[in-house]
Design a binder for this molecule. Structure first.
Ligand code: HEC
Ligand code: HEC
Length: 462
């Protein structure tokens, strides 16, 4: 049943009382997972505050760093998001007779381009003949990604089409140095297996915060004498607070409890079939079920990140840096969730167009190596099929009712959505391909009182 708003409005008051437990739009970016316990919600909020605030020099930030807040880079369209900040990797490129050199002795491979003292600033060493930029990815849904069992990703590597040759990137969790290696799944080269490992690593390498797991400061260009002059805080710097948590623990709490990017409609768009037909889904694998972990909100959840978490040889798209087990030309398949609210795609942000469609097509065109046949297959599609696929990709990162994809559900969206529902002959059933699917929260093929109630609750902040 499709109702006109004229008939709906008087019904809303009745509805609000009855429907509080009903279906809601998916969380917008930056919101916590649905179903956190009160204690977990508190950890999320305290973690958000720590992720957002500058870490002070007296707490251990510096002496060299890139930014002193995580949110200084991860902030679009909300804290935990992507960002325009890019960091620089460097090294000496391989030759026919010598392998890639990471230049650890000169501060490689990550440049820290800021310092509290001019004297200690790190610069690109003259020995480096290769640099690569890396953009800041979103961290939404990190806890869910972490909760995918290793065995699921390994099974995928063993069963994928042989022409893709994707492989798992095994790595040692920093917080569990004597435990087993785990399957890496974070970072552009997939070399980081857990959220906590990323917090510890970024704490040191982006901010200069030493911890019990990484207790040694980065010396500016490897110069220990200079470091001694600029480093005033005893290591390890990151010690537990009154509640027993370190700063890195708190970064981790926030990230693990962030909701995944929304997808609307959640399934059934024709464009997803095109995405499968041209081979995108062979690497950008749609869905996973998380394993059983300590928190219910992360356990046994169906998620749709659109990646296989495997390294692939993407030819010239590789960044020329060797990192862990990943070679110069290997990159991890990037999750596509959240795509609609991001731009500057690919590891160095090179894929830019003036529009969403332009950005996506630029990214596809750069796919080389084992990803090239899929990019070619896309290029050969009739325009109508391309349009269907692009419409599907635009559903990744969009919550219900967010007509203008700006991470906010407001009256402005309704201004454009209402005519789709209240015309003289509103389209029913609402299919996943119809623009009105944005309003079909329970995916039952129409827009009715249930949905209007949920929209009303968002507007009134309930
Ligand atoms: C100077 C900018 C910058 C700062 C500050 C920063 N990040 Fe990042 N973040 C990045 C970049 C760039 C990457 C990609 C890293 C790579 O693969 O080389 C990244 C990647 C990540 C990822 C992996 C996401 C994924 O799915 O691959 C996580 C998690 C993360 N950062 C957490 C943090 C935390 C926690 C902090 C604060 C301690 C932090 N970041 C501070 C720029 C930054
Ligand atoms: C062989 C595996 C493979 C196939 C097939 C593949 N991709 Fe990718 N894709 C990747 C890898 C690896 C990256 C990360 C590249 C990088 O690090 O710059 C990526 C990145 C992307 C990005 C950028 C995401 C971001 O956050 O920056 C988009 C968009 C994308 N792929 C879309 C597609 C589409 C659409 C298709 C089908 C036409 C496709 N891919 C086929 C492996 C693949």
């Amino acid at each position: 049943m499709t109702l006109s708003t004229a008939r709906l409005l008087p019904a809303v008051a009745l509805l609000a009382a009855a429907a509080s437990a009903q279906q809601r739009p998916q969380p917008v970016m930056g919101q916590p997972l649905v179903g956190l316990t009160p204690a977990e919600t508190t950890l999320f909020q305290e973690g958000l505050a720590t992720f957002s605030r500058p870490i002070l020099p007296s707490e251990g930030a510096g002496p060299i760093f890139n930014e002193v807040t995580c949110a200084g880079c991860h902030n679009v369209p909300a804290i935990g998001g992507f960002g325009t900040r890019r960091v620089t990797r460097f090294g000496i490129a391989a030759t026919a007779s010598t392998p890639f050199q990471a230049l650890d002795q000169f501060g490689g491979t990550l440049l820290q381009d800021q310092s509290f003292s001019v004297m200690c600033r790190e610069t690109l060493p003259p020995q480096a003949n290769h640099t690569a930029l890396r953009g800041t990815p979103i961290v939404f849904g990190s806890g869910l990604i972490e909760s995918i069992p290793d065995s699921t990703i390994i099974a995928r590597a063993n069963n994928q089409p042989s022409n893709l040759a994707g492989r798992v990137h095994m790595a040692q969790p920093l917080e569990d140095p004597n435990g087993p290696m785990r399957v890496g799944r974070f970072g552009w080269k997939g070399g980081v297996p857990t959220v906590d490992t990323f917090s510890i690593d970024a704490g040191l390498n982006e901010m200069g915060l030493t911890s019990q797991f990484l207790p040694f400061e980065n010396a500016p260009n490897g110069d220990m004498a200079l470091l001694a002059q600029c480093d005033t805080v005893a290591d390890p710097e990151d010690m537990p607070d009154a509640a027993g948590f370190t700063i890195t623990d708190r970064f981790t709490h926030f990230q693990r409890f962030l909701a995944a990017p929304a997808q609307t409609p959640q399934t059934g768009m024709t464009g997803e079939l095109v995405f499968e037909a041209v081979g995108c889904a062979d690497c950008h694998v749609p869905s996973y079920t998380t394993g059983t972990v300590a928190e219910d909100a992360l356990s046994n959840k169906l998620i749709r990140p659109y990646t296989d978490f495997l390294l692939h040889d993407v030819g010239a798209l590789g960044d020329g840096i060797v990192e862990g087990e990943a070679t110069e030309t290997e990159m991890m398949t990037r999750p596509l969730w959240g795509l609609a609210q991001r731009n500057a795609y690919l590891h160095d942000g090179r894929a830019t167009g003036n529009t969403f469609e332009g950005n996506v097509e630029a990214a596809i065109a750069e796919h080389g190596g084992t990803a090239q046949p899929s990019a070619d297959a896309y290029a050969a599609l009739p325009q109508a099929d391309k349009d269907l696929m692009l419409a599907f990709l635009a559903s990744l990162g969009r919550t219900e009712f967010d007509w203008d994809t700006n991470n906010t559900i407001d009256e402005f969206d309704w201004f454009f959505l209402e005519p789709l529902l209240t015309g003289p002959e509103p389209a029913t059933p609402v299919t996943p391909d119809s623009p009105a699917a944005l309003c079909d929260v329970d995916a039952d093929g129409d827009f009715d009182l249930v949905e209007f109630g949920s929209l009303q609750r968002v507007w009134t902040g309930q």
